[in-house]
Ligand binder design. Structure first.
Ligand SMILES: Nc1nc2c(c(=O)[nH]1)N[C@H]1C(S)=C(S)[C@@H](COP(=O)(O)O)O[C@H]1N2
Ligand SMILES: [Mo]
Length: 162
């Protein structure tokens, strides 16, 4: 009886573990003012994507991802011709599950400003990113070292400098 009671907890434990794994498949998108919104991996998969081929340690990997400009636009950031003046001092702060953070200038992420693309990748070689780097990874095209390529990205915030 005691053993049966103990095993009765197993499905509960499994459900809790799966629940928290599902919660991690989301991204918090925070405008410069106003509340953050949460995007699921499914919602991100439906946004426009671009493809980048990266060579890491000699091996090639093809990443698919959403241009960061698409996400900053959804968060109300100015783009293109409107990205001038005080907007040039806006920062895009990308944070990862382990506390790793990468700051970019908003203008760096704008395809009307720079040829090198900045992307939130959600697929690698056609498959969803694994637990080591996913579900979302920042890719900064043209970087000579992958230090800004934050793995396990959980939030993107617009931060106007005071
Ligand atoms: N979340 C997170 N992303 C990170 C890091 C980190 O410590 N945490 N390290 C960075 C550094 S310095 C490098 S070189 C690459 C290493 O990526 P890899 O583990 O896929 O080789 O991840 C980058 N992204
Ligand atoms: Mo690194």
């Amino acid at each position: 009886m005691l053993n049966a009671a103990r095993f009765a907890f197993l499905p509960v434990l499994i459900a809790v573990a799966c629940g928290s794994a599902a919660d991690a498949q989301t991204l918090s998108l925070k405008p410069a003012d106003g509340p953050a919104r949460t995007l699921t991996a499914d919602e991100i998969a439906k946004l426009p994507h671009v493809q980048l081929t990266l060579s890491e340690h000699g091996a090639k990997a093809v990443y698919d991802g959403v241009p960061l400009s698409e996400l900053t636009r959804m968060a109300g950031a100015p783009q293109g011709e409107a990205l001038r003046g005080p907007a040039l001092a806006q920062v895009v702060l990308v944070s990862a599950a382990d506390g790793y953070r990468v700051a970019l200038a908003l203008a760096e992420t704008d395809p009307a400003m720079r040829a090198d693309r900045v992307v939130l990748a959600d697929r690698r070689d056609g498959k969803p990113l694994d637990a080591h780097e996913g579900p979302f990874r920042l890719i900064v095209e043209g970087d000579k070292r992958p230090a800004r390529s934050a793995r396990n990205v959980i939030s993107i915030e617009l931060r106007p400098l005071p």
